[in-house]
Structures are given as structure tokens and as C-alpha cells.
Design a protein around this ligand. Structure first.
Ligand code: PRP
Length: 176
């Protein structure tokens, strides 16, 4: 894609600064207790890898991959688990790490699913929040940036699997 087809929303330096602040908030909230990061593939992988290295806590990480069932059933909020966690989470302190909350349907489902497995606690950190798109009430415990209702890529977020590697976050402009 040509440079002219994207416009920077958040620079790599702005993201790094906010990730450091979030890490400090999370470190304070857990106060030395061990936290299990649940990274939701694929988009959250860049954020999770930066965040975890800045936490001053005992940390474990595991991964889930989910996909929505499709537009006709999207209102149900049902998501399909493509890859589940490797181990039991019973009694553990879970922190779901997401790149973006949009409609809220994915996290609404994931939280209900994970809570049924009886963790000791469950919180959510998201780098980006698009509250204008919400279809179900969902408030993340920790949030990096609230952003407007624009299609964004970079720092893990994709368009048809492209652009995840970009160090900043960009608004994709329509092709002319
Ligand atoms: C994105 C994001 C969340 C979900 C949020 O994942 O990582 O999981 O969408 O949307 P919602 O609030 O409307 O449910 P996506 O399905 O794009 O998969 P990816 O992370 O593999 O790119």
C-alpha cells in the first residue's frame, strides 16, 4: 500500500508511552500477585508482547483464537473458539489482553466463557476502545486510547491480514 493511503492516528512513540503507563497501572492493581495474560490472537499479539515486558509482576501468558460466526448470527454475540487455552485457569488471576473493543460482542462472550471456568479474578486490558460501535455494554478495566469510529490498522490490527507489522496505528483511507 502507498503511504498516501493511510494517515497516522497514533505514533509508535505515543503507543509506547501509553503502554508504559498501562503497565504501571496494572502492576499497581495486582500488587505483586501473579497474573495470567490471555492474549486474544491475532491482533493483540504485538500489544501483549510489549505490555508483558513492562509489567513488574510474576506473569504467565496463554493464547486464545476466536472468530465470530458470521454476520447473520453476529447479534447473538456467539463466537467460535479456534484455539483454546492450554491449561486450566481455575483459581488464577486472569487479564485478557485485546487490541480493540468494537461492538463488545467478542469480549462479552469471552468473559462469560472464561468466568464459567472459575478463575480467581478476571479483568480486561485493551489498547484501543471504539465506544461508538458498542452493541453490548462493555467497559474494559484498563484502556489505552479511546478512538473515533474509523477503520484502523497497524500494531497488530489488520485489513485482510495486511499491515499488522506497522509500528504505529493508521486510519486506512479509501482507495481513489
Ligand atoms: C478483533 C479484535 C477483537 C474483536 C473486537 O479481532 O482483536 O477480538 O475484533 O471486535 P468486537 O468488539 O466487535 O467483537 P478480529 O476478529 O479482527 O481478529 P484478529 O485479532 O485475528 O484480527
Amino acid at each position: 500500500m502507498k503511504q498516501s493511503n493511510r494517515e497516522e492516528l497514533l505514533s509508535a512513540a505515543e503507543i509506547a508511552g501509553r503502554v508504559q503507563e498501562l503497565a504501571a497501572e496494572i502492576t499497581a492493581a495486582y500488587a505483586g500477585r501473579k497474573v495470567l495474560l490471555v492474549c486474544v490472537l491475532k491482533g493483540a499479539v504485538v500489544f501483549a508482547s510489549d505490555l508483558m515486558r513492562r509489567l513488574d509482576l510474576p506473569v504467565e501468558i496463554d493464547f486464545m483464537a476466536v472468530s465470530s460466526y458470521g454476520s447473520e448470527t453476529a447479534s447473538s454475540g456467539a463466537v467460535r473458539i479456534l484455539k483454546d487455552l492450554d491449561s486450566s485457569i481455575q483459581g488464577k488471576e486472569l487479564l485478557i489482553v485485546e487490541d480493540i473493543v468494537d461492538t463488545g460482542l467478542t469480549l462479552d462472550y469471552l468473559c462469560k466463557n472464561l468466568l464459567s471456568r472459575k478463575p480467581k479474578s478476571l479483568k480486561v486490558v485493551t489498547l484501543l476502545d471504539k465506544p461508538a460501535r458498542r452493541r453490548v455494554e462493555f467497559i474494559p478495566d484498563f484502556c489505552g486510547f479511546e478512538i473515533p469510529d474509523r477503520f484502523v490498522v497497524g500494531y497488530g490490527l489488520d485489513f485482510n491480514e495486511d499491515y499488522r507489522h506497522l509500528p504505529g496505528i493508521y486510519v486506512l483511507k479509501p482507495e481513489n
